[in-house]
Design a binder for this molecule. Structure first.
Ligand code: FEO
Ligand code: CA
Ligand code: CA
Length: 748
């Protein structure tokens, strides 16, 4: 393993941890610390095996009455699928380690060609044309079935389909033969890095029992940070989105840092723009040219004046495609239509993609708010009721959101003649809510609208209209006193009972006694602040090191409810941690995990797939995926955590803990290669094939070590026989396909 300094490692891992929480809200400057692997510098390995746990929660059929069964174009869930596999031990092996009886095979990696004419990926840093190749950092992903002839949608098609996936960020050193050239960036390097972001649509087909991607499929395409898009919903035409690209504020260009996903009930894809702000630079004197509102908004979203851009693309040339990464005021027009001062407002949304039709305009669904979006997951779909979309804002101390459509669901829309106008119907008009969680296990959804007096009278930011609120959702949520959470990542909805699960990945700024405005105090729903340990020694400063998984149930199980109940399904922890303060869920060595991130329920089996993006337990194990059979909100206890403050007094926090997992209800299913994150999860409708993504294996690389393969921390998937390079290959993000050797359901 290569020695990489802590600063280098922090910088490398920063791609997923941008943060900016000003305006009195906690914002973590040290957030990077959370993800950074203290542990990877102190290696100690140990595997363990144990047993996992639990039992059976009965899954009701999807849908309900006669005409609501349309919700998901998928079969009803079985009532009792047992976790039939033996748990996988934690490991640092540079390979995909999966439960016995299962097979995991790479099928689509960074650089793979998407047209018949595109050459094979050499993987030596000389490849170009990423508009026609798989992008980097595969992330959230959904499967869309095709009919047997491959001519169109069959929601239940399990033999051929389209994988639609996000390409969140870059392991940029590997994209160039000699690594990254510092600013000013060569245009040739920027022209590779920009289109290596975005979204892939790629056909996959099962031939003779093996899935493979189809290089020449006419469905294949890339969506990049330069692909034209339409601003739809609350923000369309707003004064704040007028740019040199669209003086009317109706159009925008591209999507970036796409993370979580959603599968709409009408068969389209939602892609969340997550850490988009960091790609833009702003001059050190730009505040002087702006009004106070503009400055407040930019600060709240992480672009204080003087902010540098992540990749320096604005230095690559004077062409628009480079200039737009500089959001400083540079040209005179007062409305911003002559420069890119407003470009930042065209990012931070959920983007809707119709995978089946290249000719449909891509739409940013702005009514769903603007923040560091993760997934956009629909609650249970029932005819005659509105649709709820659950979302999270991944930054320290940020919030949990819900969108509720104005239109009630019509079963006929499950297979609409026009998916585009169906999206308009359900996603452009509705209400945006933010969550407030109370100590007694109750909670409220608070509407973000000018009609709310707390927003209309907010002193820190005077909202002009509901478009302004949509664009500045964080400020509106600040105004209503929403609950600051430990980095809301993905969410998932239990197809059996409609309960909503959120991963709260970690938070190094959660403290017993906050010392600054960027830190926040332990509370009932974010109750832990502790130090991690390795080698027997405490290390680092206290915080929520390992993260937890929150669970919510809507009042009356109604999508439009304004109240809910909550508890914590699981607290991440290493199995030997303090059972009273840290390992509250009593995880065994077969179940222990840290930093939950990706989260997905199988519609077929109702099993919950939990994926990690960790830097705190990585001296012991690479990132992993577990499978669980959860119970329900309120099935556990209400333990009290006791902390001793600096003055010797005690602070107690009572939380709400779900039933502890057993050896039958939670097991580690898979461990990924070195320095990866496990993310993205989807399946064929028959439940026999699951696809997941391995993101940024071997990401700890620097310009100084790029020329020496012996310094790479990973060679996957080349070392698994996929693509060029073999045992000394540059590592690549990739999709893997998982099947059970006996042809059964995944997880059974
Ligand atoms: Fe892209 Fe917050 O994970
Ligand atoms: Ca992630
Ligand atoms: Ca993450």
């Amino acid at each position: 393993m290569t020695a990489v300094s802590r600063p280098e490692h922090l910088a490398l891992q920063a791609h997923d941890d941008e943060n900016c929480n000003h305006s009195g809200n906690p914002c973590l400057n040290d957030l990077i610390e959370a993800r950074l692997s203290r542990r990877s510098m102190f290696k100690a390995s140990l595997g363990s095996a144990g047993t996992a746990v639990l039992a059976s929660f009965g899954l009701a059929a999807c849908g309900g009455g006669d005409d609501d069964a349309v919700a998901a174009p998928l079969p009803s869930a079985p009532t009792d699928v047992k976790l039939g596999f033996s748990p996988v031990a934690k490991t640092l092996a540079d390979k995909v380690t999966i439960a016995a009886g299962y097979t995991a095979t790479p099928i689509y990696a960074l650089g793979d060609p998407l047209t018949a004419a595109t050459p094979a990926y050499k993987n030596d840093g000389t490849d170009t044309d990423f508009d026609n190749r798989a992008g980097d950092h595969h992330d959230g992903m959904e499967y869309f079935g095709l009919n047997a002839a491959g001519t169109g949608r069959d929601a239940n098609g399990s033999e051929r389909g389209l994988l639609v996936m996000n390409h969140e960020a870059l392991s940029d050193q590997f994209l160039h033969a000699a690594g990254v050239t510092p600013n000013p960036r060569p245009a040739g390097e920027a022209d590779k890095e920009i289109p290596a972001h975005g979204i892939s649509i790629v056909e996959v087909r099962n031939t003779g029992g093996k899935f493979a991607y189809q290089q020449a499929s006419s469905f294949n395409r890339r969506i990049t940070p330069l692909t034209p898009m339409v601003l739809s919903g609350a923000v369309r035409g707003n004064a704040l989105v007028k740019t040199k690209y669209s003086a009317a504020g109706t159009d925008c260009r591209g999507t970036i840092n796409n993370c979580g996903t959603g599968y709409t009930p009408w068969g389209t894809y939602l892609s969340g723009e997550e850490n988009w702000a960091g790609y833009f630079t702003r001059s050190a004197t730009d505040n002087a040219a702006r009004d106070a509102k503009s400055v407040a908004s930019l600060n709240r979203y992480g672009r204080a004046q003087g902010a540098a851009s992540r990749h320096g693309w604005e230095t690559a040339g004077t062409a628009d495609k480079y200039a737009r990464w500089n959001i400083s005021q540079t040209a005179g027009a007062a409305d911003g239509s002559a420069d890119y001062r407003n470009e930042l407002y065209t990012f931070g949304y959920m983007v809707e993609v119709d995978p089946y039709d290249k000719n449909v305009a891509l739409r940013k669904r702005t009514t769903l708010g603007r923040f560091n979006h993760e997934s956009g997951v629909f609650g249970k779909v029932e005819a005659g009721k509105p649709l709820a979309v659950y979302m999270g804002d991944d930054a320290q101390g940020e919030y949990i959101y819900k969108f509720v459509s104005s239109s009630n669901w019509s079963s006929a829309d499950a297979s609409p003649a026009n998916r585009n106008t169906t999206g308009d119907k359900y996603l452009d008009s509705g209400k945006l809510y933010v969550a407030k969680l109370n100590a007694d296990g109750s909670g409220q959804w608070i509407e973000l609208a000018l009609s709310n007096p707390a927003i209309a009278a907010y002193a820190a930011y005077k909202f002009a209209d509901n478009g302004d609120i949509a664009m500045n959702s964080r400020l509106a949520a600040d105004a209503v006193g929403a609950t600051r959470m430990d980095r809301p990542e993905w969410c998932a909805v239990n197809p059996g009972n409609g309960e909503i699960y959120y991963t709260l990945t970690n938070n190094s700024s959660r403290k017993v006694e906050p010392a600054s405005a960027t830190q926040m105090a332990v509370d009932p729903s974010n109750p832990r602040a502790y130090t991690d340990s390795f080698g027997g020694a405490a290390a680092g400063s206290p915080g929520n090191i390992n993260g937890h998984i929150l669970r919510m149930r809507e009042a009356g199980d109604q999508p439009g409810a304004s109240a809910f109940t909550w508890d914590v399904y699981l607290f991440g922890a290493q199995s030997d941690a303090d059972l009273a303060k840290v390992n509250l869920s009593s995880l065994t060595g077969d179940q222990d995990f840290s930093s939950p991130d990706g989260l997905w329920f199988s519609p077929k089996t109702g099993l919950l797939f939990i994926q990690t993006d960790d830097g705190a337990y990585t001296d012991v194990s690479n990132c992993m995926m577990l499978i669980g059979k959860p119970g329900k909100v309120g099935d556990g206890t209400t333990p009290t955590l006791t902390y001793t403050k600096a003055d010797g007094s005690q602070l107690t926090v009572q939380t709400r803990l779900g039933a502890k997992p057993t050896a039958d209800t939670l097991k580690r299913f898979l461990v990924g290669p070195m320095d990866c994150e496990i993310t993205g999860c989807t399946e064929t409708p028959d439940g026999k094939t699951v696809f997941i993504n391995i993101q940024h294996p071997g990401e700890r690389i620097t310009k100084a070590t790029i020329s020496d393969p012996s310094k790479f921390t990973s060679h996957w998937p080349g070392n698994a026989g996929y693509g060029a390079g073999g045992a000394t290959a540059r590592p690549r993000s990739a999709t893997i396909v998982i099947t059970k050797n006996d042809g059964g359901l995944i997880g059974s």
